[in-house]
Design a protein around this ligand. Structure first.
Ligand SMILES: [Mg+2]
Length: 441
């Protein structure tokens, strides 16, 4: 990672200072948090900044803001120094102690005026002052892997983006399998069955069982939603669900005996609201299930609300992800957008199956017999993967190949909101390929 450090600002013109500061800002602290993320300035297609009178005026404001950021970094590093001293006296773990050493470097760098941005960079490398979000070096990875026997991976943004594997990720998982580690794949994406995910894992080089046992490592929300409905609708004669979702979700539900209606396009019928409400409903619908549905429509929304007005009808959402990342930093609207629409219209809250809900972890735990203390959760989102891991007592690794950035972590660490403070990983890596050196030693 490039530090992007430049010489200290001296008696330069405002334009020179602006250009220097802009370069430092882009290549420094912000680059530390966004270099591996999909949504940097270039990825957004924004034109490069041009210096001019308005830009010069903005530079003054930006300079003040950067000074505040620098001061904040200094305070952060100083808190880190105090925390490191306390932890050193208390016999902190090797990994935490390593992080403390790096934060001490950050604090020392902060002691000089020119070192404030260097301190911000070092602090980003070292993690926060709570001993969490430490870069997972090869040495730390070796120590961590010696302590765990199960690794749970999110898929989108961790193993692959769209149909492209993250470089080095297949090799890392192959090496983990060779070391005898048990792997599990927990995904909020409901657009594939377990078997389809197993086939994609093998196609992209991640290995895994084939044949009748294919899919045993995969815990997608389509499969886990089926398990949930099997529990909730037990005893109901011929249960049926209205599904705002795809064929995969319907296939998993039908595999546990829940018949599905509503899959596929459903355009508006009739001339206006009265005729929309006259469209016939299926009998015996006991649940409305909302997953990823590219055919989501106003007609489906109206029907879902009408089913939910019937006594005892469940509202279940596969997940609340707001975005689904694709290749090259692009994304599409996620299932959470559709769940929210139904919740708003029905004035009901959905039961959510996917991360960070504990239900999906319970599904894994039931089939794997997991010991949380010897399990690691690896993900690219703080509000789903990392929060699930923290809530369930797992160790957590954030990978920067997907949605969340180090800036998001820092924001959570500095937040006064307790729920945000939970969304901080123990470790972070640029990519899960960073595990390879520890596995090749
Ligand atoms: Mg993800």
């Amino acid at each position: 990672m490039s530090s992007g450090l430049t010489s200290c600002p001296g008696s330069r013109t405002p334009l020179q200072r602006f250009r220097s500061e802009r370069s430092t800002l882009n290549a420094g602290w912000l680059a530390a948090s966004q270099s591996s993320g999909p949504a940097g300035p270039a990825a957004n297609g924004r034109p490069p900044l041009r210096a001019g009178p308005r830009r010069l005026a903005l530079s003054v404001r930006s300079q003040r803001r950067r000074e505040r950021i620098g001061a904040g970094s200094f305070q952060w590093a100083a808190r880190a120094r105090r925390g490191a001293n306390e932890r050193a006296g208390g016999g902190a773990s090797a990994a935490a102690a390593g992080g403390c050493e790096e934060r001490l470097v950050a604090a020392a760098a902060a002691a000089t005026g020119c070192g404030r941005r260097r301190a911000a960079m070092a602090a980003a490398e070292a993690g926060g002052d709570d001993g969490r979000c430490v870069r997972l070096s090869a040495e730390r990875a070796q120590a961590l892997l010696a302590d765990v026997d199960t690794l749970l991976f999110d898929c989108d943004g961790v193993l692959w983006r769209g149909e492209t594997a993250v470089p080095g990720a297949p090799e890392a998982l192959t090496a983990l399998r060779a070391r005898g580690k048990r792997l599990g794949f927990i995904t909020n994406n409901s657009s594939k069955t377990r078997q389809a995910y197993a086939e994609k894992l093998r196609r992209l080089g991640f290995g895994g069982p084939a044949g009748p046992g294919a899919g045993a490592e995969v815990f997608g929300t389509a499969y886990c939603t089926a398990l949930y409905l099997r529990q909730r609708l037990a005893g109901a004669p011929a249960p049926k669900a209205y599904v705002l979702g795809g064929e995969a979700l319907a296939a998993e539900l039908e595999a546990v005996g829940v018949a599905c209606v509503g899959v596929g396009p459903e355009p508006l019928q009739g001339e206006g609201p009265r005729s929309w409400l006259d469209a016939p409903l299926e009998p015996d619908v006991r649940a409305v299930v909302v997953g990823f549905d590219p055919h989501f429509s106003y007609m489906k929304l109206i029907k879902a609300v009408r089913y939910l007005q019937q006594p005892g009808c469940l509202l279940v959402g596969t997940n609340m992800d707001n975005r689904l990342p694709l290749e090259n930093g692009r994304f599409i609207a996620g299932t959470g957008c559709l769940v929210r629409a139904v919740e708003m219209a029905a004035q009901r809250q959905a039961d959510i199956i996917g991360k960070p809900s504990r239900f999906i972890f319970d599904c894994v735990s039931q089939e794997y017999g997991i010991n949380p203390e010897r399990t690691v959760m690896v993900g690219d989102r703080l509000d789903t993967d990392i929060l699930l891991g923290v809530t369930c007592g797992l160790r957590t690794i954030l990978t920067l190949t997907g949605v969340s950035t180090l800036r998001d972590v820092k924001s959570n660490q500095e937040s006064d909101c307790m729920s945000k403070k939970k969304m901080v990983p123990d470790f972070y890596v640029d990519s899960i390929a960073d595990l390879l050196p520890a596995l090749q030693g």
